[in-house]
Design a protein around this ligand. Structure first.
Ligand code: ATP
Length: 380
């Protein structure tokens, strides 16, 4: 359908960026990015006539369009464009251009290749900047030496791609990365864009190695204004594959002092669930430092998000107490609930909750261990 639409619209269409890179590396990829030499918007509309189950959204200002399919997958279509940065870290100003310029505005040579989709040139690789050779030599190389200054998110992207594919940096690219860190270019980046790139790293299988480089290179220090005690321990590599992003994040901050986590939260914008869990983690850790009865502990552990409890149970200081409390919780064999108490003649009201609480605590503390004792206690 794409080739036919390109013929009909008399324009050249290419698939670009990550898809081409991953195709040449023979690794699976999901996103499809098309660029059109001509009007991307017009091409997208024409393509829609051939794929009626897609839903089209257009962003006229950026010359881009997106077709979303019923299964949630999507196709991004853009006109070939050139971007200017009015100041470092700014959002780019967009102008139409030819494919060569469009590919030159990209981050690294390995991401700057295109494959033509027009019928007579179908499958032709367009590689102006040596992307294929860099893929073969396993190199991350920028396209020009002010690349990191134009867009500092590329520093994080460079580290992400290098570790994802086990590539090395080309010498000038590595030098430029270090210079950019030292000269403070990161301070031009918005908190939103920084956070977005950092969280992409936490989604990667080998995020721990990436995290270590972010720390060792001084990039995190430059961003957060001080050294924070990040925990990116490669011993967790196996286990962390199944961890959620929140769990990975909580483990990574688990060796920071509370005030350090405070500094961190001021320099990132997290979604609500991640922010709430980070705060819940700090609060619960603080509470566990104090002497708590098993009932108090049970209450706190029940209230906290599951991931927060799991991360705290990894901490040698709390491990034994948390496990004891959770095991005691499992031994509770409570038969009573609100309905049962109403049937026993109690009136609806706060008293029901209080009784249930009291009975649960008695189970937990081992003061009752049979259903008869439980019934007796409820009647008191
Ligand atoms: P991933 O596998 O992580 O999705 P990707 O290469 O597909 O990698 P995207 O973020 O989807 O990454 O970007 C698509 C393409 O857009 C990239 O391949 C690259 O050509 C270009 N690109 C993305 N971000 C930048 C950037 N900050 N500067 C320059 N080009 C970029």
């Amino acid at each position: 359908a794409v080739s036919e639409t390109a013929e009909e619209e008399e324009c050249s269409v290419y698939i670009v960026g990550g898809f081409v890179r991953d195709l040449l590396l023979s690794v699976p990829t999901q996103d499809l990015d098309f660029v059109v030499e001509g009007s991307g918007g017009q091409f997208a509309q024409a393509l829609m006539r051939r794929i009626p189950d897609g839903k089209l959204t257009q962003h006229i200002k950026f010359g881009t369009a997106q077709i979303i399919f019923p299964d949630g997958s999507h196709l991004d279509i853009a006109s070939t464009r050139w971007e200017h940065y009015s100041f470092p870290g700014a959002l780019p100003q967009v102008e139409e251009s030819c494919l060569r310029d469009d590919l030159f505005r990209r981050d690294f040579t390995i991401n700057s290749m295109a494959i033509c989709l027009n019928t007579e040139r179908f499958g032709e690789l367009v590689d102006y900047y040596g992307g294929k050779q860099d893929l073969q030599q396993r190199k991350i190389r920028f396209l020009h030496n002010i690349s990191f200054i134009d867009d500092p998110t590329r520093m994080l992207r460079a580290i992400r791609f290098a570790e994802r594919y086990h590539f090395e940096f080309a010498k000038e690219t590595l030098d430029a990365l270090h210079t950019a860190i030292e000269t403070g270019v990161l301070s031009k980046l918005s908190v939103e864009r920084f956070t977005e790139e950092v969280l992409l790293i936490f989604k990667e299988v080998n995020y721990l190695a990436m995290g270590q480089i972010l720390v060792e290179s001084g990039l995190f220090k430059a961003w957060f204004g001080k050294e924070l005690a990040w925990n990116f321990n490669l011993d967790d590599a196996e286990n962390s594959r199944d961890w959620s992003i929140n769990m990975r994040w909580l483990v990574s901050v688990s060796q920071m002092k509370s005030y350090e986590i405070g500094t961190l939260l001021e320099r990132v914008i997290l979604n609500k669930s991640l922010r709430d869990e980070t705060i819940a983690y700090v609060q619960l850790r603080q509470s566990l430092m104090e002497r708590l009865t098993i009932s108090e502990m049970d209450r706190l552990l029940n209230k906290a998000p599951k991931e927060v409890v799991i991360v705290l149970a990894r901490d040698e200081r709390f491990k034994v107490r948390i496990m004891e409390c959770l095991e005691a919780g499992q031994r509770i064999n409570m038969s009573l609930d609100g309905k049962a108490l109403l049937q026993m003649g109690l009136k609806q009201g706060p008293e029901i909750g209080e009784i249930l609480d009291r009975v649960r605590m008695a189970w937990l503390e081992g003061r009752i261990s049979t259903l008869e004792e439980e019934q007796g206690m409820a009647r008191q």
